[in-house]
Design a protein around this ligand. Structure first.
Ligand code: GLC
Length: 429
């Protein structure tokens, strides 16, 4: 298929050359360094008070996972020999009223879910149950089970939580529903739980990455004593933005913030595609039979649609046709469908490349010559489900490191929020 020249212009604006990749790595290193010593930086570089597990951690745990589309509760057993068993979990849908009103509503809802789960799973009322809590937002920790929320991201906006200790808020809510036999032993960012979960079984794991609704990473910093540092890379801002990124940012609830996250993560991929489609429709390149207005509306395209479009290899692009039809565009030509597919490819390819470049930056902070093996634990819907995403990360790492790229192992680590939080809780007395 011959792609319209105008699409080439869009493609060019989303390209990252090898020279810009190198520059990005350099400026990421300098932001990491500045963040670590409290100087001005777009990276928070938060100490987590968490260390890598030994693999010998043992016991029965409850683990909580808050920060994506669902609130999840896990019950599991750490066997103490790098093995986890008896994993059981339940998901609870988070509605707008839970995440965007007040802290009382959010934590009250969570406490209710925990109570129901414990009743259904017949937890003893006479025993104290240990909890590990994965809380996927930036927190300033002063101990493993103490952390103040620095600010919400990813559309969460429950008032009254910022500046407060999350463990205290949850404990208060648990007492509110009559649960006094629980003890929150660890509070961790999802990247940290992911790292912990993988390194429980693989001691070469020294980095955790989330590529889901949001994006972020943590790694093992050895400058003074070994400690896992939560980078909060979603806020990295030394990036070249396209006009489409700028439009997305201006219309977001947090303009100027989470700049990298808005280019990479699932919460935003659909919207970048929508904004490009809107522009091409206005220029008459993307025709869609006078249904242009469909693309004016923020949020109509989600990242799962972008995945569906890209996975369509049928002759007539039937899946793309269905996505367009779901948007209200009941008639579409083959050319329209292939243009939409091309936009999705361009947008998600940049996302995977950016993710790979930042992974390269973090690994070379730990090991400048890439002399050792590093396992990167990765969790999140975009990495797991988006067609070609992991393949493109691999190939970009290959472009950057050549043969040495084989020293980096990417490992999809599912249910990491649950497992990792339990492991971290087991480390505490
Ligand atoms: C957002 C949060 C960060 C989290 C990431 C992935 O970037 O600020 O703490 O790790 O999403 O869930």
């Amino acid at each position: 298929m011959k792609i319209n020249k105008k699409i080439k212009v869009v493609e060019k604006s989303f390209k990252i050359s090898p020279v810009s990749a190198k520059k990005l790595i350099k400026s990421f290193h300098s932001d990491m360094k500045n963040g670590l010593c409290g100087k001005k930086s777009s990276l928070k570089m938060l100490p987590t008070y968490a260390k890598r597990p030994t693999g010998r951690e043992k016991g029965d745990f409850l683990a909580l996972d808050l920060g994506g589309t669902n609130f999840r509760i896990f019950k599991l057993k750490l066997q103490g020999k790098r093995r986890i068993s008896d994993i059981l979990s339940e998901s609870f849908v988070l509605k707008k009223e839970h995440i965007a009103n007040t802290e009382k509503e959010l934590f009250g809802f969570i406490a209710d879910c925990i109570k129901k789960f414990m009743e259904r799973q017949k937890f003893s009322k006479n025993k104290q149950h240990k909890i590990g809590f994965t809380f996927s937002f930036p927190i300033k920790q002063t101990a493993i089970a103490k952390g103040v929320l620095l600010g919400w991201t990813k559309g969460f906006n429950a008032k009254g939580a910022e500046g407060k200790d999350i463990v205290w808020l949850l404990n208060k809510a648990l007492l509110g529903v009559g649960l006094s036999n629980t003890k929150i032993r660890a509070l961790a960012n999802d990247t940290v739980s992911t790292l912990a979960a993988k390194s429980y079984e693989d001691e070469k794991c020294d980095m955790g990455v989330i590529l889901g609704t949001g994006t972020n990473a943590c790694y093992v910093e050895k400058k003074k004593n070994e400690m896992i540092v939560n980078i909060e890379w979603g806020n990295f801002n030394k990036l070249k933005l396209t006009r489409y990124d700028k439009e997305l940012d201006e219309n977001s609830i947090n303009p100027g913030k989470q700049v990298l996250e808005k280019m990479v993560s699932g919460m935003y991929l659909g919207d970048i595609v929508r904004i490009v489609a809107k522009d091409l429709a206005a220029k008459g390149i993307f025709d869609v039979y006078g249904y242009k207005k469909v693309f004016d509306k923020n949020g109509v395209l989600e990242s799962k649609h972008v995945s569906t479009v890209e996975s369509d290899s049928s002759k007539k692009l039937t899946k793309v046709k269905n996505v367009l039809s779901m948007l209200g565009i009941k008639r579409s030509t083959y050319s329209d469908r292939s243009i939409l597919k091309e936009i999705c490819r361009i947008v998600s390819l940049r996302a995977s490349r950016l993710a790979a470049i930042l992974m390269a930056a973090v690994v070379t902070r730990m090991d400048p010559g890439l002399k050792r093996k590093h396992t990167i634990a990765i969790d999140g819907s975009v990495y797991e489900k988006h067609p070609g995403f992991s393949k493109h990360i691999r190939s970009t790492l290959g472009d950057i490191f050549g043969r040495k790229a084989k020293n980096i192992v990417l490992s999809l680590t599912k249910d990491a929020s649950g497992k990792g939080a339990a492991i971290l809780a087991a480390r505490q007395k």
